[in-house]
Design a protein around this ligand. Structure first.
Ligand code: IPM
Ligand code: MN
Length: 359
């Protein structure tokens, strides 16, 4: 089959991890006889340097014309400590999410048996973790009205949600739960926030259409604690934009490295696949970044294309590599391999010629 993939590598380690996912996708194309066309376009700080715009129109056109977008990472330290910067790399990603209508960000969190001792958390706690976070992605405080007073001494960000925005992601979360352990946990702050109370009301209503699925509620402060006290209690976590951003980084501690967590952002049209980690500027150009989050995001893209055998082949090759103890620096201080090694080994496993891979 033929697929057009927009490739937005972005900043920092983005290009390095994307190079490995593309390598893996090419291995899939070769073994399963597919045609993947990769169309590269710039986004983030690099796009600001080139054009002054973190999401140039040409990039948006490439994305809209694609079957899916493979996204690296964005962000550059030169903007982080400059609160007065008018144009920021992150605006590129936020605008892209909005323009493509990517209202649901799906972030699976699992514990790999062979990596149980890599997490700072106790083995007994993380063993058996298998949850997926459904994070709302185009609403809430990220996109509400922003104000800064004339004198620069008062600022506000509005957190707003409509029934429609809540319903559409709630349906996706319940549908996912039906294929998993039939449990949805809504994470909110309904004891304080009006918007959270609307979430509870709307999600409770949606739940009636899914009688087999149990719906639980957790306040976000408690959820943050439960995530690392007893993560295996969770199946599907449903939450608003900012809470989802925060608890998914927390979830990465369970797997041992944020460099393992993939995500899919879906909506009504073109979907986008990106690791949950950022641009990790300190590692840029050093060939030490973990490309697995990006490679697993590519596997989620294959699932989205309906290519489930191919997606499974990628996941199996990843598991095999990790199980052999072949990991990047984030997971093994001493005996680590490089970013490109990992991509070569996973692609080689897919092509069934892992023995020819040197590392
Ligand atoms: C993420 C990132 C982004 C977010 C940033 C880069 C805007 O942290 O995808 O989790 O906050 O959504
Ligand atoms: Mn984040």
């Amino acid at each position: 089959m033929n697929f057009k993939i927009a490739v937005l590598s972005g900043d920092g380690i983005g290009p390095e991890v994307i190079q490995e996912s593309v390598k893996v996708l090419k291995a899939i194309a070769e073994s399963y006889k597919h045609e993947f066309q990769f169309n590269y376009a710039s986004v983030g700080a690099i796009a600001i340097d080139e054009t002054g715009n973190p999401l140039p129109d040409a990039t948006l056109d490439v994305c809209k014309d694609a079957t899916a977008v493979l996204f690296g990472a964005i962000g550059d330290p030169k903007y982080d400590n400059d609160p007065s910067a008018k144009v920021r790399p992150e605006q590129g990603l936020l605008k892209l999410r909005k323009e493509l209508g990517l209202f649901a960000n799906i972030r699976p969190v699992t514990a790999y048996n062979s990596l149980l001792d890599k997490s700072p958390l106790k083995k007994e706690i993380i063993q058996g973790t298998d949850m997926v976070i459904y994070r709302e992605l185009t609403g809430g405080i990220y996109f509400g009205e922003k104000k800064l007073s004339e004198d620069g001494k008062t600022a506000s960000d509005l957190c707003e949600y409509s029934q429609f925005e809540i319903e559409r992601i709630a349906h996706l979360a319940f549908k996912a739960a039906q294929t998993r352990k039939n449990k949805v946990t809504l994470v909110d702050k309904a004891n304080v926030l009006e918007s959270s109370r609307l979430w509870r009301k709307v999600v409770s209503e949606v739940a009636k259409s899914y009688p087999k699925v149990t719906l639980d509620f957790l306040f976000v402060d408690n959820a943050a604690m439960q995530m690392i006290l007893n993560p295996s209690q969770f199946d599907v976590i449903l939450t608003e934009n900012m809470f989802g951003d925060i608890i998914s980084d927390e979830g990465s501690v369970i797997g041992g490295s944020i460099g393992l967590l993939a995500s899919a952002s879906v909506g009504d049209g073109v979907a986008l696949f990106e690791p949950i980690h950022g641009s990790y500027p300190q590692a840029k150009g050093k060939n030490i970044a973990n490309p697995i989050a990006s490679i697993l995001s590519a596997a989620m893209m294959l699932d989205h294309f309906g290519l489930s055998d191919e997606a499974e082949a990628v996941r199996q090759a990843v598991n095999k590599t990790i199980d052999k103890g072949i990991v990047t620096k984030d997971l093994n201080g001493e005996a680590f391999v490089t970013t490109t090694n990992i991509g070569d080994i996973i692609a080689g496993t897919i092509l069934n010629r892992e023995d020819t891979c040197e590392y």
